[in-house]
Design a protein around this ligand. Structure first.
Ligand code: UDP
Length: 308
């Protein structure tokens, strides 16, 4: 089986490439490296692994057989998509179109990496897949949220009108090794602040909630979804919900840091709650997360400590 992974040099993409290779698949990794890094894939070797430096908003040419196209290319942290708003919109729209076009031309199955951001600042908690969301299209996060919502619509259109075999995974907050220390997301931010004994920057009053999934659990869920026949969106994430303040305290405890907390302004449209309803993933994929927060966080802390 030969699999194309767009964004394959990114955080999730590189873990996915690694898993596919471990399963004996051939992998073609496409990335323009604006938020991905060759360091993430330096250990993956030819002949089963091929890296192509390419921006998937342009026509995608891949020689030979392709069985799956997994579309993971996108800036994915709020800071990244605020700095790269047009690229974020383009990769979610034009990039998804090109990746679907490749799948159609090759007779391949297609999997879209979508997001809990499709639910926006949700008025329902936890979020089941049939919740349509509460998104501000013109706010600063709209560039990501609406691009992913468009990507889902495009994916379903290719499924319905071109008969492409498609999957949509809605990914909730995921953490682990290979996140960038300064991508601005709460997990690398708090860990690196704690490791330097610098103040932990809690945005707002810290009462907003998130639910953190360790990367190996997420990849397992995605791999099962890929092999399933499920064409409607499926949430993959860890339903263990906590406040940002509780998360800060957990990071301080596990790092043994002397950091204090400092409160900063809450970003515009920052969702107040977020927690996946994973009833469907349990039923359809027999999947649920296994790695407890303390275990996953300890591994992530070790990763960042080794890079100080
Ligand atoms: N956050 C924070 N301090 C930081 C970074 C993030 O308090 O230095 C908060 C942020 O406001 C949000 C939550 O942590 O409520 C998760 O933010 P992240 O950027 O990781 O991603 P999001 O879940 O908002 O997409």
């Amino acid at each position: 089986m030969r699999v194309v992974v767009t964004g394959g040099a990114g955080f999730l993409g590189s873990h996915l490439c690694e898993r596919l290779l471990a399963e004996g698949r051939e992998v073609v990794c496409l990335d323009n490296l604006i938020t991905g890094a060759t360091d993430n894939i330096a250990h993956l070797r030819e002949p089963k692994f091929l890296f192509i430096h390419h921006d998937v908003t342009n026509y995608i040419y891949v020689e030979g057989r392709v069985d799956y196209v997994l579309h993971f290319a996108s800036p994915a942290s709020p800071i990244d998509y605020l700095e790269l708003p047009i690229q974020t919109l383009k990769v979610g729209s034009l990039g998804t179109h090109k990746a679907l076009g490749l799948a159609k031309a090759k007779g391949a199955s297609f999997l879209l990496a979508s997001t809990s951001e499709t639910y926006g600042d949700p008025l329902v908690n936890p979020q089941p897949e049939d919740y349509w969301g509460n998104v501000n299209p013109i706010g600063p996060r709209g560039v990501y949220d609406e691009a992913k919502r468009f990507a889902e619509a495009m994916t379903m259109a290719y499924h319905r009108y071109h008969g492409v075999d498609t999957r949509i995974v809605r990914i909730f907050n995921t953490y682990g090794p290979r996140m960038r220390a300064h991508d601005g997301r709460v997990v690398p931010a708090f860990i690196n602040q704690a490791l330097h004994d610098e103040p932990i920057t809690v945005f707002g009053d810290g009462q907003q909630t998130r639910s953190f999934c360790y990367v190996s659990d997420l990849i397992e869920g995605i791999y099962r979804l890929m092999l399933s026949g499920e064409t409607d969106p499926t949430n993959i994430g860890n339903p263990a919900e906590m406040t940002v303040l509780e998360f800060a305290q957990k990071v301080i405890e596990l790092t043994g840091s002397k950091s204090d907390l400092v409160h900063k302004g809450l970003p515009v449209d920052d969702p107040k709650v977020r927690r996946p309803d994973i009833t469907k993933a349990k039923r359809v994929l027999g999947w649920e997360p296994r790695v407890p927060l303390e275990e996953g966080l300890s591994k992530t802390i070790e990763y960042f400590r080794a890079r100080l």
